[in-house]
Design a protein around this ligand. Structure first.
Ligand SMILES: Nc1ncnc2c1ncn2[C@@H]1O[C@H](COP(=O)(O)OP(=O)(O)OP(=O)(O)O)[C@@H](O)[C@H]1O
Length: 293
């Protein structure tokens, strides 16, 4: 493994930001840390990079403790991008190049259009591409990206993901934090973090597990939505199709409820999507921790 945390916990005073997290990234894989705001993703990354000392547990980078030396083989793009906004793209590039020992290289061709622009004046999408190119410039073995496409349009996000994939295909391990489900779906493996804990892990299919939804089609779908909502189902509308997180055994309950109200419905069991599974994990973890704490 390129990077690993073992039983890492971080407390800020009496607040537990990260609780006993085991996590690993191997060469050539894109690993996602999926969690809502405040779940502990950035804190865990900071421990992994040696920027924050854990309260308990330990982090390993390339088999050793994180240090200046091991960090030289890491490309890191923080949420704040880590660029100097009062310097031009060329100056930022040259600064990173001299720090990482490849001085004299030129800004990549696709960014030369902005070479003389101050980073502070760039759109967020272009600034992210610059930060990404800088992070990749020293051919790191591990790439760590904190919310890489936040604030970037769909085209820019697709382009960044193409580059993430390319880096992994060339053998780098990639660790990406996100709260975006589409982004999470592009990862080879996920760790789902809720309130500092890993509550699920594995491929997208592993995380979804056997979770299902009852899909409801009904001409008067707004009335059906209201009836399900009134009865405490976490119903969501996808166009005029309603999806209710529920087990196959609850199919008849859902159908019966609507039919009793005189609605003509078609109901089917479908596998849950990642977002639906994530919502269920959030719900389950809330209940589980209330029980144990
Ligand atoms: N230095 C600190 N002192 C006190 N609390 C902190 C500190 N850093 C983070 N926290 C808290 O720890 C929790 C986890 O924060 P963290 O930034 O790791 O979450 P995150 O999952 O990365 O969320 P986001 O997507 O918003 O960045 C939050 O409640 C945050 O307020």
């Amino acid at each position: 493994m390129l990077a690993r945390t073992q039983e890492v916990s971080v407390w800020f005073g009496s607040f537990t930001a990260v609780h006993a997290v085991d996590m690993a990234v191997g060469p050539g894989e894109v690993v996602g840390l999926l969690g809502a705001n405040g779940a502990g993703k950035t804190t865990l990354i900071r421990v992994l990079l040696g920027l924050l000392r854990p309260t308990a547990g330990r982090a390993r980078l390339f088999g050793a403790g994180p240090s200046l030396e091991t960090r030289r083989s890491v490309g890191y793009v923080p949420q704040t991008l880590g660029l100097y906004s009062d310097m031009t793209v060329r100056e930022n590039w040259a600064f990173a190049a001299s720090a990482f020992g490849h001085a004299g290289t030129r800004v990549p061709a696709d960014l030369r259009h902005w070479e003389d622009d101050l980073v502070g004046g760039l759109s967020l999408g272009v600034a992210r591409r610059v930060a990404f190119a800088v992070a990749l410039s020293h051919e790191p073995r591990l790439l760590v990206l904190d919310e890489p496409t936040s604030g970037v349009g769909p085209l820019g996000a697709a382009r960044l993901w193409q580059e993430i994939r390319q880096a992994a295909e060339q053998g780098a391990g990639v660790l990406v934090t996100t709260h975006n489900m589409e982004e999470a779906e592009q990862c080879d493996r996920l760790y789902v973090m809720v309130a500092g804990r890993v509550e699920a892990e594995g491929t997208v299919a592993d995380v979804i597990g056997g979770r299902t939804v009852v899909e409801v089609r009904c001409a008067d779908w707004m009335r059906a939505f209201q009836a399900l909502d009134d009865n405490g189902f976490a119903v969501q509308a996808h166009g005029s199709v309603l999806r209710v997180p529920a087990s196959p055994g609850e199919r008849d309950t859902v159908a019966g409820l609507l039919e009793r109200d005189g609605m003509d419905v078609t109901v089917r069991i479908r596998p849950a999507g990642l977002e639906e599974a994530f919502m269920a994990i959030l719900g389950d973890s809330g209940t589980a921790h209330e029980r144990t704490e």
